[in-house]
Design a protein around this ligand. Structure first.
Ligand code: ZN
Ligand code: ZN
Length: 243
């Protein structure tokens, strides 16, 4: 598990607190350490992965690390402690670097979303699974009601009308302005006309006879079940008290 491939001098340099003088300019010892690698026992302590045979019986009685060959080569308890410490610090530093990268990537996605889409942008939002993963799951035809943000340092999210909890940006599709599907049209138009599509078209007087005096939707939509469903769904997503 420990990477001893670097030069012996590097090991000495990597190790803080304790000077691993024994490793300086000693490539032979570095190779020996690479061979006699250590791992940690579940209940504490360290064993040599090379000297402990790979069978169940041996794990009940593992060979402690540093093992005899290492001790004979001059590795002391202090050396061993310093090596383990150096390894742990390296792992911790790698973990911190990885976390920082993830944070930066999340923030970058959030900034990109906010610079392109203002609050109120029509979106399809999937509180459960995305349709590719699970076609039957709920799809909200709605709008964003907040800016996107990084939540808890681990997920980029946004809040939408008609849903209390935030939704991961990976589960939000911005509705394209050129999308003329009933769902996209409903998402855009319902905030401006929060009436259910009626079944009893009443023509307005000229010049607006194309539009319904009851529900204010156009005439053709009254015979369109898809439009009816889309508008009802979009109405369900309106904030309480209307748009
Ligand atoms: Zn060993
Ligand atoms: Zn109507």
């Amino acid at each position: 598990m420990t990477d001893y491939s670097a030069s012996a001098a590097r090991f000495a340099a990597d190790t803080r607190g304790h000077e691993l003088t024994v490793l300086k300019d000693n490539a032979e010892l570095a190779d020996l350490l690479k061979l006699h690698d250590w791992d940690e026992l579940l209940f504490g302590g360290f064993y040599c992965t090379h000297c402990t045979p790979d069978d169940e019986d041996s794990f009940a009685d593992p060979i402690p690390w540093p093992c005899l060959p290492l001790r004979e080569a001059g590795i002391t308890d202090d050396d061993a402690r310093a090596l383990i410490e150096a390894h742990r610090e390296k792992v911790a530093a790698e973990y911190r670097a990885k976390k920082a990268d993830e944070q930066a990537e999340l923030q970058r996605r959030v900034d990109a979303f906010n610079s392109r889409y203002k609050v109120g942008t029509p979106v399809f939002a999937y509180p459960g699974c995305r349709p590719e993963d699970h076609p039957g799951d709920k799809r909200l035809i709605t709008r964003t009601r907040s800016k996107a943000e990084v939540l808890g340092g681990h997920t980029d999210v946004v809040w939408v009308d008609g849903h209390g909890a935030c939704i991961a940006l990976s589960h939000v599709d911005v509705i394209s302005a050129t999308d003329t599907s009933p769902e996209a049209s409903a998402a855009r138009n319902v905030p401006r006309n929060p009436n259910e599509l009626c079944r009893d078209f009443q023509s307005k007087p000229e010049p607006a006879e194309f539009w319904c005096a009851n529900c204010r939707w156009n005439k053709a939509m009254h015979d369109n079940e898809a439009a009816r469903t889309a508008i009802r769904n979009a109405l369900d997503c309106l904030p309480a008290g209307g748009a």
